[in-house]
Design a protein around this ligand. Sequence first.
Ligand code: F0G
Length: 471
Amino acid sequence: MSLETHQLRCTECGATIAGSEVNSIFRCPNCNGLYDVIYPWSPNADGRSMETNVPNASALRWLWQERRSSTLAVDQSGVWRFRDLLPILKSTDNVVTLREGNTPLYELPRCGKATGIDWLLAKHQGMNPTGSFKDTGMTAALSVAKERGFEWVACASTGNTSAAMAAYAARAGLRSIVFIPEGKIAWGKLSQSMDYGALTIQLKTDFDGCVSILTELVKRFPIYLLNSVNPYRAEGQKTPAFEIVEQLDWQVPDHIIVPGGNLANSAALGKGFIEMHQLGLIPTLPKVSIIQAQGANPLYRWFIDSNRVMKPVQAETRATAIRIGNPASWRKAAGIIESLGGWCEQVSEQEIALAKAQIGAEGVGCEPASAVTLAGIKKLVALGKVDPDGRAVLILTGHTLKDSQYTIDYHRNELLTPAEAAEATPRQAAQHAALRKPPLVLDANPDVVLRALENHMQATQATHEPAVPIA
Ligand code: F0G
């Protein structure tokens, strides 16, 4: 069955090419712009579709629901279940899937209370097969690599893209090369790319340096580039937007909060919402706001600059997944903020650590980069940019086990420097103290254990909040 009906459109100059004509660096030869995948029903610059014969919204809703009970891998995938809105392959036989997507939407009642918001939800993309949102994009782009006959695929990564790429390449029988910044990614992620059989190269540079080297390499060798400049990644990464509204019985949340690193994911989710709106699947659009770590905040600086100039920064944050100073997709992300009316904020290391512990204490957990969403929404509520009576969804991008060292250091009170810890307000300091749960090392003696338990109960009586069940 032939599904392919797409083209690529330059997001800068608007030039349109066939998917097979794109060069190895996925940049427009005229203006160096990045591409978006477009379909006959995609909105033009004026917001209208090129074609009136658009897919029928009710039929799509029914079909997507039906596929959930199918035993076919392509239907069980939470990306390819929506394949009618990502016709990028000639044949579904080329789909490479680990049954990604179909991730849970959790309520976060205690985090909501701490934020001053009634209804706070988390879409947990860390519950994907390799533990991050990257799987939804990788199934799409790697399937294209397979269909186009590539033998080698490669990416530069802060750790999650590389884990996802290595896994999907292994499933497809392709060979993969990973470039990661030496010493600057979490061990769990490094172990994944080795486990899945990738050639793993640690370069003595940062993420932005890895991207430059890889860009040179793909110009010289027939390697398929799987960084997020590859527009097919976004086609997979837009599908969580479909899932969110489907999980809410087709009600549209008021606000989506996304972490920002290389800035492709926020743009992909925005594309998903805009396409659903275009097709009449949803009546309104949510705002999409992006949160960056204070030490890796080029989009935030652009946002508060009255001249709106983007200047790369030297990035530094313990949230290593978003330790990116020169984000490739910043224009796409900026476009989503502007067109959907969102906001951009930055959060400190102390605020990230607190938010991560609060998400952990809900029994959900996430990696540090994901926790910027909770830290950021607190600020957006305080600034009046998020309606406390509205419905907000945090996009949790990575699983808590991705960076267990961070969590251990936090609970042992060894994570933050004294200067960072001193930035906490008295309320935040009290919250840290209540959340920290360092392990106790005791003699294997029941009396000793009982005494320790009594001491612990007395010490925590005052701070323990009653549990609220999580839906
Ligand atoms: N959260 C996590 C857990 C990530 O791994 C990333 C990016 C982001 C958020 C930011 O998403 O780049 O689309 O704005 N990780 C990339 C990687 C860069 O190589 O794994 P973005």
